[in-house]
Design a protein. Structure first.
Length: 325
């Protein structure tokens, strides 16, 4: 029997299926600047969309923080207890000085924003009846599995969102994860290793973190890219494999991990995709979902340059102008 959760209480119908909260943004003593991740990028995306008059505050679904009880749907109690140690959080977020902060500060300034983004990703499932697409302007913590975090990912929001959908939404029994972040999504791969209800397609730079050979066994459609892959080859591969994946298995929901760390110049991604290439990529995925009438949930995942917020906003505006959202 599903546990009670505030995250699945009906979202106001007047809202767009865009989930966000100002609590997503991480700020503490400037330490967040020690990691290449732009810890305020989500707020910037919202500002750009407001400037373009696409959305207003009262049209956005306010994300709520996932509780321990929600997180235990996937995570082990042992793992959640480990996060009470600041040095563990420092390792996961790759910001060494966090190890020296009192844990109550780490909980409030680092983990609460990540729990709120996780709550946002889970909440999107409650909106599945209202729309054919959903955007969680955060989340995509694809390196975290039930008992291990890493790569700036402390909670397994993709696994959680899918488990909640299977548990709570009638008619959702098969899911496809299309992971187009520059890194391998080893967290959800480990979580769904032997789960035949979940089809995983992953396109990533084969030479960078995490290089998780065990997790790769869960990938049904694996596309390993070379350093410096550019638009033409990339878009051709994405298009071919997205079509192939959705023809192989028609899921009830697509979870699209739309990392922008494929952008040329990204310090961690090692690929060379242009801003226009990223906008086109998102279009390819949304068109494939729309033509098959499969609901799609997009999370924003990695992206480690200041300009990624503008590109995410441009992509959302493009999807809107094409009538895909």
């Amino acid at each position: 029997r599903p546990h009670r959760t505030a995250l699945y209480e009906a979202a106001p119908p007047a809202c767009w299926p865009i989930v966000y909260s100002p609590d997503y943004n991480i700020t503490f003593l400037g330490l967040e600047k020690l990691h290449p991740f732009d810890a305020g990028k989500w707020g910037k995306v919202i500002e750009f969309l407001k400037e373009e008059r696409l959305i207003a505050d009262d049209l956005i679904v306010q994300a709520r923080e996932a509780t321990d009880e929600d997180l235990l749907v996937v995570h082990t109690r042992r793992y959640l207890n480990k996060l009470k140690w600041s040095f563990v959080v420092a390792t996961i977020t790759e910001i060494p000085p966090v190890a020296f902060l009192p844990n109550f500060i780490v909980q409030r300034r680092v983990l609460k924003p990540l729990r709120t983004q996780t709550g946002g990703t889970i909440m999107v499932g409650a909106l599945i009846f209202t729309s054919s697409w959903f955007l969680c302007l955060g989340g995509g913590f694809h390196h975290c599995s039930s008992d291990k975090g890493g790569g700036f990912c402390a909670y397994a929001d993709i696994t959680l969102a899918i488990k909640f959908l299977f548990e709570r939404v009638q008619g959702v029994s098969k899911a496809t994860i299309i992971d187009l972040d520059a890194h391998q999504g080893n967290g959800h791969e480990r979580d769904f290793m032997d789960d035949h209800r979940v089809y995983i397609m992953d396109v990533y730079n084969r030479y960078i973190y995490p290089g998780d050979g065990f997790a790769k066994r869960a990938i049904k459609r694996k596309v390993e890219l070379e350093w410096g892959t550019e638009d033409t080859e990339y878009l051709q591969k994405v298009h071919m494999h997205v079509e192939g994946a959705l023809n192989e298995l028609k899921p009830d929901i697509i979870v699209y991990n739309a990392g922008t760390d494929i952008l040329d110049g990204d310090p961690l991604g090692g690929l060379a995709i242009s801003p226009q290439g990223i906008v086109k990529r998102d279009e390819v995925v949304f068109k494939a979902a729309r033509s098959r009438r499969i609901p799609i949930l997009m999370v924003t995942s990695g992206g480690y340059q200041k300009k990624t917020a503008r590109i995410i906003a441009d992509s959302i505006l493009n999807l809107h102008s094409l009538g895909l959202i």
